[in-house]
Design a protein around this ligand. Structure first.
Ligand SMILES: Nc1ncnc2c1ncn2[C@@H]1O[C@H](COP(=O)(O)OP(=O)(O)OP(=O)(O)O)[C@@H](O)[C@H]1O
Length: 320
């Protein structure tokens, strides 16, 4: 990885709209993205993630601040990101009428590959992402997940040194999601590709992210490795309980947990010290309450817990 920075972002500020309804979507963001790392951008809806990555791609001009890419000022060379980075936006309608193979192959040609190289790069990525069977169908005729996967293929083809992906696995089934995470990891490991990733899928992302920036209301409220972030916010563990039917709240352990739990229907989540959690779980699994318990798990802090501890809202963080 060395000290090479794929991106250095300083004081990045961008407001959408004007007047009283305008929104300060990015508010003085400072970030470094190192070459060859998988850099995650995490945060609730409306935190400013898409606004940030669209500026990294040169698709949106900052109001203030600077972005340098491999040491070069993006304002002075606005086409630099589109030459060096593959981008997957939230919606990709431009290629909708093309067959998948044509969309991917044409993109490879546009990225400078010879006809023969474009063909083999196209075939390789279609195989890698499990798209061979739908290769000759127009994107518009595919299911939402297949279409998303085909768009991932167009972002990845041509081996750009940087990939910027806005929620690449949204709508994908588990097999397709695994193929995408595998493809990203493979490029990072073998080609030193820098990957900037917006994701709501916290648990999946944890396994691939080298560092993560947590955005809230346009600001970076934390930026570190998942491990360091987790270590810095809490020594607590998370006890998840799923009840078969109404739990017997006259049981003292259950009454104690009820007072601490975040309750969603029959699912309880309790954050507590490891010793207390183990004791509570011991009492639950040997006592009368066990009959009412459908499932339980004890987990060390996740990125989701980091995010919650930092004050974010949990509503849109997917856990699968
Ligand atoms: N074109 C626009 N005009 C006006 N406001 C906008 C525009 N684009 C984004 N915003 C606002 O800017 C803020 C940041 O939006 P952005 O899309 O960057 O958030 P996000 O973190 O990517 O959200 P999500 O997770 O929902 O995709 C939001 O309040 C949004 O409503």
């Amino acid at each position: 990885m060395g000290g090479v920075l794929s991106y250095a972002v300083r004081g990045l500020t961008r407001r959408h709209g004007v007047g009283e309804h305008s929104v300060l979507a990015n508010d003085g963001i400072d970030l470094d993205v190192r070459q060859g790392e998988v850099f995650g951008v995490l945060g609730p809806n409306g935190a400013g993630k898409t606004t940030l990555v669209r500026q990294l791609m040169g698709l949106l001009r900052p109001d203030a601040g600077t972005i340098t890419m491999f040491g070069r000022d993006v304002r002075a060379e606005p086409d630099l990101p589109s030459r060096l980075a593959g981008y997957l936006g939230q919606a990709d309608l431009a290629l909708a009428e093309l067959p998948v193979a044509t969309a991917v192959g044409t993109t490879a040609r546009m990225r400078g590959l010879s006809r023969a190289d474009a063909r083999s790069a196209r075939d390789a990525i279609l195989t890698e992402l499990g798209l061979t069977e739908v290769a000759h169908r127009p994107l518009s005729s595919l299911s939402g997940g297949q279409r998303r996967l085909a768009c991932v293929a167009t972002a990845l083809v041509g081996d750009r040194p940087v990939l910027i992906l806005d929620e690449p696995t949204t709508g994908l089934d588990p097999v397709a999601r695994r193929a995408v995470w595998g493809a990203l990891q493979h490029r990072r490991d073998t080609a030193g590709t820098t990957i900037v990733l917006i994701t709501h899928n916290v648990l999946e992302a944890e396994s691939v992210l080298d560092r993560v920036a947590v955005l809230e209301a346009g600001r970076v409220i934390a930026c570190d490795t998942p491990g360091q972030l987790k270590a810095s916010v809490s020594g607590d563990v998370r006890l998840d309980l799923a009840w078969r039917h109404d739990p017997p709240t006259d049981d003292p352990t259950i009454a104690m947990l009820a007072g601490l739990a975040t309750i969603r229907g029959r699912r309880w989540t309790v954050r507590m010290a490891p010793v207390a959690a183990r004791e509570a779980l011991g009492r639950l699994t040997t006592g009368a309450a066990f009959a009412a318990l459908d499932d339980f798990s004890l987990a060390t802090p996740s990125l989701e817990d980091v995010y919650l501890t930092l004050g974010g809202a949990s509503r849109d963080l997917e856990r699968t």
